[in-house]
Design a protein around this ligand. Structure first.
Ligand code: SF4
Length: 391
């Protein structure tokens, strides 16, 4: 059976660091951060760029990437130079296609079969060194899951899911392809799947941005791959994505501690970023707009948590900030009917969120940009106030 698919008529204008988007509040640059992994030095470069070129904040996205807003015309040249100098722009031609979500705390804490950090580096390097893969859409997403099941369900086009220390499943468009590989061969299989997506898209004469937008995309891409890659296993269900990520202090294998804090509405100030950079050698950004501060000594955890808490980060899994998201809203989006960030913030601070624990997504118009996957209550701005829609 052939699935119904949308037809893309617009060009792929997904913003990057060099190809910025002209938002209502100035230029918007999106910096890809594969696996959410940022060194302290890179975080400082981003903080300084936000302060000197943008509006003083970094926005964390649901793909573990970072956005800068409020850039004046032409600032992308200076921004690009700074990012390249920090190793955040390894390929000008591939910068927008480096969307990679990796399991949180992989290799550091319990929950997975293996460490996906080497996969992240290898997949990114493989993307950037293949000229053909520069043609991937800016929305194309890879998920690298160590078996804890935290990122496989987050809407990836191509995904690796470790089933055991020796076996990895290839996930295509959110479904198990049945293809299996040894961990050492898994990245090559994922890269082959990205190439197969482009080949299938060309064969269908399509301009699809996502694998599931192709007619029978997962099945046809899998069929292209079986001719030369991997071997087949019994297809299984893929894990459902958790609605929130871990927060608080998490023990690591090496006796140290990782501290995970949620950044309210994903808006990290340059000062907060500098504070984070002073605590550790590297951080991990997650799909839930939280920041992992790993490798803390036991006697450093409390002070770090207090310092970050004072800046507004949340470490309590009952915090309402774990369940509220917004679109950009005013003043960044000309379509917005409200300043949804300010209104959602006021609702949280006044305790106006319902106590049932449901997630809310506040949007400035019916497009509902940034709406998370899964069950969400929509709070949509209209010309006469907000309309609340249960999922
Ligand atoms: S949901 Fe509407 S108002 Fe919000 S960012 Fe998208 S287009 Fe703009």
């Amino acid at each position: 059976m052939t699935s119904a698919v949308p037809t893309r008529v617009r060009v792929d204008a997904c913003p990057g660091a060099l190809q910025t988007h002209a938002a209502a509040d100035g230029g918007l640059a999106r910096v890809r951060v594969p696996g959410g992994a940022l060194s302290a030095a890179q975080l400082r470069v981003l903080a300084t760029a936000a302060r000197e070129l943008g509006n003083g904040h970094l926005e964390l996205t649901s793909r573990g990437n970072v956005q800068l807003r409020g850039l004046p015309a032409g600032a992308e040249v200076e921004l690009g130079a700074r990012l390249a100098g920090a190793g955040l722009l390894p390929s000008a031609t591939h910068e927008r296609v480096r969307n990679v979500l990796a399991s949180t705390l992989s290799g550091r804490a319990d929950g997975g079969h293996l460490d996906v950090r080497p996969w992240t580096r290898a997949f990114d390097a493989g993307l950037c060194t293949d000229p053909a893969l520069a043609e991937l859409p800016g929305r194309f997403l890879a998920t690298l899951d160590d078996g804890r099941g935290d990122v496989t369900g987050l809407g990836g086009d191509v995904g690796l899911l470790a089933l055991s220390p020796d076996t990895v499943a290839l996930i295509l468009g959110g479904t198990d392809s049945g293809l299996r590989a040894h961990p050492d061969d898994a990245v090559a299989l994922a890269l082959a799947a990205a190439r197969a997506f482009l080949a299938e898209r060309a064969a269908q004469g399509s301009t699809a941005w996502r694998l599931t937008e192709l007619a029978d995309g997962p099945a046809r891409v899998a069929a292209r791959l079986t001719r030369q890659n991997g071997h087949f296993g019994v297809r299984g269900d893929v894990p459902v994505a958790p609605v929130t990520g871990p927060v608080g202090a998490v023990p690591q294998h090496d006796g140290r501690t990782a501290l995970i804090g949620v950044v309210p509405l994903g808006r990290l100030s340059a000062d907060q970023a500098d504070l984070l950079a002073g605590l550790t050698a590297e951080v991990q950004l997650t799909a839930w707009r939280s920041v992992v501060v790993p490798d803390l000594a036991e006697d450093a955890v409390d002070d770090a948590a207090v310092d970050l808490f004072r800046t507004g980060m949340a470490f309590d899994e009952t915090s309402p900030w774990l369940r509220v998201t917004t679109c950009a809203g005013r003043p960044g989006c000309a379509k917005s009917l409200a300043d949804v960030r300010a209104d959602a913030t006021a609702a949280v601070r006044s305790g106006a969120l319902p106590a049932d624990g449901a997630r809310q997504h506040w949007a400035g118009c019916e497009r509902r940009c940034g709406r998370p996957q899964g069950g969400v209550v929509d709070v949509v701005a209209t010309s006469s106030g907000y309309r609340v829609e249960e999922d």
